[in-house]
Write a protein that binds this ligand. Structure first.
Ligand SMILES: Cc1cc2nc3c(=O)[nH]c(=O)nc-3n(C[C@H](O)[C@H](O)[C@H](O)COP(=O)(O)OP(=O)(O)OC[C@H]3O[C@@H](n4cnc5c(N)ncnc54)[C@H](O)[C@@H]3O)c2cc1C
Ligand code: FES
Length: 500
């Protein structure tokens, strides 16, 4: 079994070369958000540079399950209840428009990313529980009233239980798509550069440091999934980061037989929900099945999530022949709508997409383009990063989610002072030990080498935990993730764990 997403089987070209001195717009992050914004801005006559720390698609755009749907994780009726019917219609219309833009880009730029229109199904729980007949019927009626092509189905696909069918959703190969965007951006006075890490964003004049070099620009877009803060805007970004809650999600890739439904998108109403994508590859069907989400860094036994996911897939599709497994992070907000827009003078960010980041990320590309160009945009107020929590339930959610930070910060320091020595760490294992009064994150590689880094998260000081399923150090407070030797894999932390 390969521990890598299906998409990463395709090569991604590298974008090296000299760094420019000055540009109209600097974009930090080479995922779907940054590259969509970059292409639109270039098309509008701006010179742009996309700086990517690793390589194009290295972040969650390469870990996704790649459903293109306007059906949000947040139920339509809940969006209506919290924000009203117009806002709910606008949120879903944003998703539909994003799918249209991806289709247009793929077609106009000849991006061979396998874009294909398919139906999407919101299904009664795949595994157990009530069949939610009434609720699904109501969701279908509401979607129809708001102008979306939805239809209640008594016996839906996958399990034969009720479902809502949505026409005109889509699937594609996300890495091939973002690669196509990057190739279209690079050249003609604009740049894509990988292995280019942005460290600071300094104001008056606006300067971005890339691999230690200063680059001047008029506007900066932070498209790093969880926004980096840079020392100059420490307080604002820290506040934004504490409004974000990363969740880990697990995915399996399997060849499937005739028991699989036709190519399409299938997601259920359980909590956390399961998502299944079926597509065809070289004449045979392939399933991507995900779920088992939990708040990042809050589970000791991460491996058990893969085990349960596998058991569920085998129940649903007994013909499954597992080939791959991978996981990644989705980012939630208090009111469960994304934050997209201006965060400081000439600075913009986009985050908080939950499991809809390919469509919201594409919509964010359009919104950030409009913000830089000074054009009004219909989603601006709705997704404004400075909006106040709009309902009591959102405020309650905010409080509940941030309860973890002070709790873990204090509790982790008081308990589990494991006095065992480093020899207790078996090959492949990771443990936080107390050595010389210090909390040390120890990992032993499969060939017996011991790696020791500080267990103190460089974001706001919580203690990291070993994630055995992914071989990473994860922070339970705001979800930062680090490699076994302490390098940052995912923010909000921006600095590596101290090597010991
Ligand atoms: C398991 C899983 C399943 C999902 N399924 C779906 C789905 O079916 N449909 C859907 O719509 N969404 C889905 N999502 C969500 C979606 O994939 C993400 O929300 C989306 O890809 C985020 O795109 P992005 O461009 O904002 O961020 P990313 O793709 O994460 O890109 C951010 C980039 O910024 C770079 N970076 C970070 N810091 C710096 C720095 N200092 N300097 C330079 N570069 C930096 C990173 O290396 C990274 O490449 C899923 C996510 C996961 C994890
Ligand atoms: S992610 Fe905030 S303290 Fe670690």
């Amino acid at each position: 079994m390969l521990d890598q997403s299906l998409w990463r089987a395709h090569d991604v070209p590298r974008f090296g070369g000299a760094l420019p001195n000055r540009l109209d717009v600097v974009i930090v992050g080479g995922g779907i958000t940054g590259l969509t914004a970059a292409l639109l801005l270039k098309q509008s006559g701006k010179t742009v540079a996309v700086f990517e720390r690793e390589h194009i698609g290295a972040g969650e755009s390469g870990n996704t399950s790649a459903h293109l749907t306007y059906v949000t994780d947040l139920k339509l009726s809940e969006i209506v209840a919290h924000f009203g019917r117009d806002a709910a219609r606008r949120v879903w219309q944003g998703g539909a428009l994003a799918i249209d833009l991806i289709e247009t880009n793929a077609s106009n730029r000849s991006i061979a990313c396998g874009f294909q229109r398919v139906p999407g199904f919101l299904c009664a729980p795949f595994v157990e529980g009530d069949d939610q007949h009434k609720d699904l019927q109501e969701q279908a009626d509401l979607a129809t009233e708001l102008g979306f092509a939805a239809r209640f189905v008594e016996r839906g696909p996958v399990t034969g239980r009720p479902a809502v069918a949505f026409a005109d959703q889509a699937l594609f190969h996300p890495l091939d798509y973002v690669t196509g965007l990057a190739l279209a951006v690079d050249g003609g006075g604009s740049f894509v550069r990988d292995k280019a890490e942005v460290g600071e964003v300094l104001q008056d004049p606006l300067v971005v440091t890339v691999n230690g070099e200063n680059i001047a620009c008029d506007d900066v877009i932070i498209a790093t999934h969880v926004p980096i803060m840079g020392s100059s805007s420490l307080i604002d970004a820290t506040l934004l980061q504490t409004k974000l809650y990363p969740y880990s999600s697990y995915v399996l890739g399997a060849r499937v037989g005739d028991d699989a439904p036709p190519p399409g998108l299938y997601f259920d109403t359980s909590n956390p929900y399961y998502y299944l994508r079926i597509h065809e590859e070289r004449g045979s069907r392939y399933a991507i099945f995900g779920g088992e989400d939990h708040k990042t860094g809050n589970e000791e036994d991460t491996e058990s999530h893969f085990t349960r996911l596998e058991a569920t897939l085998r129940t649903l599709l007994p013909s499954s022949q597992l080939e791959r497994r991978w996981s990644g992070q989705v980012v939630e907000t208090a009111d469960r709508l994304p934050f997209i827009g201006q965060t400081a003078n000439h600075q913009y960010a986009a985050t908080g997409y939950a499991g809809n980041g390919l469509t919201f990320g594409t919509l964010a590309g359009m919104m950030l383009h409009d913000a830089v160009m000074g054009v009004q945009n219909p989603w601006r107020e709705l997704f404004d990063p400075n909006r106040k929590a709009t309902s009591l339930s959102a405020i309650a959610h905010f409080v509940t989610e941030n309860v973890d930070y002070p709790y873990h910060y204090i509790a982790d320091r008081l308990r589990n002072r494991d006095q065992a020595g480093a020899e207790s760490v078996a090959p492949g294992e990771g443990k936080v030990l107390t050595i010389g009064g210090q909390r040390v994150a120890c990992h032993r590689t499969s060939d017996g080498k011991l790696m020791k880094v500080s267990a103190v998260c460089t974001h706001m000081g919580c203690l990291v935990r070993w994630n055995g399923a992914e071989s990473t150090w994860d922070c339970p407070c705001h979800g930062s993730r680090f490699t076994p030797d302490g390098l940052v894999l995912g923010g909000p932390a921006e600095t590596a764990l101290e090597k010991l």
